[in-house]
Design a protein around this ligand. Structure first.
Ligand SMILES: NC(=O)c1ccc[n+]([C@@H]2O[C@H](COP(=O)([O-])OP(=O)(O)OC[C@H]3O[C@@H](n4cnc5c(N)ncnc54)[C@H](O)[C@@H]3O)[C@@H](O)[C@H]2O)c1
Ligand SMILES: [Zn+2]
Length: 379
């Protein structure tokens, strides 16, 4: 059996190199490691043996991901002495419901999972949010392992401990903070991701660059979207984004002080566009791209962003095939009415994230509803 060995390296603080990639330690009030590399899926059992007692566990996945990766993971767990139960749900946002949570918990109870068991979420952000919420409430909370299979889930949703489901009243309204015990990013799984799904991950990546990392922004300006998805560059890019997200989260674990809220850059208008398109017209990262363009326009007016930098942000988004103009016939009035559903409008006060220059951002209450209306009509 091959043993994991550490090699000498000049990795940044909090990062260890292993032969299959790197381990990033998230140092928060709830610390956990993130493994980033390739061909990790088949060795996960071996890895978990070091931390988890042999016993029952659940793998929660969706019908697109299961046939591609679940058997390999299940075999690896079984050969390391675990007893995995595989639970598959239909793909997509429509599965993120309390009903599904109940049904999954019932399956886990009948499979004999107890309070010493753990849950693995194998899939995109939908599976991450749903399996995390199941882990948060099952026997009052059991460990959750995230194995994200979309770029968006790797760079964003698997980090930060937000879990939950949707209701008729809106998205993510029921949930819990439950940080993962471990996150495993195997970039090999991204090879089967449809290009549109892959590209939408760059919405969040470009957002991270704009709010916190001017150097990464520069790299993205010459990034070749497709060929590099196989390379170690992608692993580095994912690591960098995880560190950015984690840095904001650890300053404000429960999203109370406004520090974590900076991560919402582009999301005020982005979420409204997503909702106005009935969650079908645009993927999250695509709606976010339009939201970023809107936030840049507002930042020119309210935070002194230069129009050159706004143009650079727009071209970066275009580079990854992301939309930067609304279709001419898109009902803009629906966006404006969707804005009032935004959690950031609570209490009637607008909290909007602006960027004064690429690499920095802050929350302000100087943005008016008129600013947003004007920007949306020009989008
Ligand atoms: N918790 C958080 O902090 C947070 C942050 C951002 C987004 N989210 C949530 O994440 C969700 C969106 O995540 P997503 O974009 O990953 O969506 P998703 O989970 O629906 O995945 C997108 C599609 O890709 C398929 N898929 C996944 N991996 C694949 C692979 N490797 N190969 C082929 N197909 C694959 C899925 O079956 C699905 O059809 C939303 O529910 C959103 O609310 C949560
Ligand atoms: Zn987002």
């Amino acid at each position: 059996m091959r043993r994991q060995r550490q090699i000498r390296t000049e990795a940044p603080a909090g990062v260890r190199r292993l032969f299959f990639g790197v381990v990033v330690e998230i140092r928060s009030a709830y610390p956990y490691p993130v493994l980033i590399g390739s061909h990790i899926l088949g060795r996960i059992g071996q890895h978990l043996e070091k931390t988890f007692a042999h016993g029952t566990c659940a793998i929660i996945s969706d019908a697109n991901v299961r046939p591609r990766f679940a058997d390999r993971l299940k075999r690896s767990l079984a050969s390391a002495g675990f007893r995995p139960t595989l639970i598959t749900i239909p793909p997509g946002e429509k599965s993120k419901t309390l009903e599904k949570v109940g049904a999954i918990c019932d399956r886990m109870l009948s499979a004999g999972l107890d309070r010493y068991s753990f849950v693995i979420g194998l899939g995109g952000g939908v599976i991450g949010d749903l399996s995390g919420f199941v882990a948060a409430i099952y026997h009052r909370g059991i460990p959750h392992i995230q194995i994200p299979t979309t770029l968006l889930a790797m760079v964003d949703s698997s980090i930060g401990g937000k879990t939950g489901v949707d209701t008729h009243a809106g998205k993510n309204l029921i949930g819990a903070f439950h940080h993962p015990a471990l996150v495993i990013d195997d970039v090999e799984v991204l090879k089967t991701l449809p290009p549109r799904e892959f590209n939408q991950g760059f919405g969040e990546i470009i957002k991270h660059a704009i709010i916190a990392d001017a150097k990464m922004f520069k790299q993205l300006q010459s990034w070749k979207p497709r060929p590099s998805r196989r390379s170690v560059d992608l692993q580095r890019l994912i690591m960098r984004n995880i560190r950015i997200k984690a840095a904001f989260v650890t300053r404000d674990e429960r999203d109370r002080t406004g520090k974590r809220a900076v991560l919402n850059f582009g999301h005020t208008v982005g979420h409204a566009i997503e909702r106005a398109g009935n969650y079908r017209k645009f993927l999250h990262g695509e709606a976010l791209s339009l939201g970023i363009v809107a936030a840049c326009a507002i930042s020119i007016k309210r935070a002194g962003l230069s129009s050159d930098q706004r143009d650079a942000a727009v071209s970066a988004l275009r580079r990854f095939g992301l939309p930067t103009r609304l279709p001419r016939n898109f009902p803009r009035n629906k966006i404006l009415s969707a804005l009032k559903f935004d959690k950031k409008f609570e209490g009637g006060k607008i909290r909007f994230v602006v960027t004064p220059r690429i690499g920095a951002a802050y929350l302000t209450d100087t943005v008016t509803l008129d600013d947003i209306h004007e920007t949306v009509s020009d989008l």
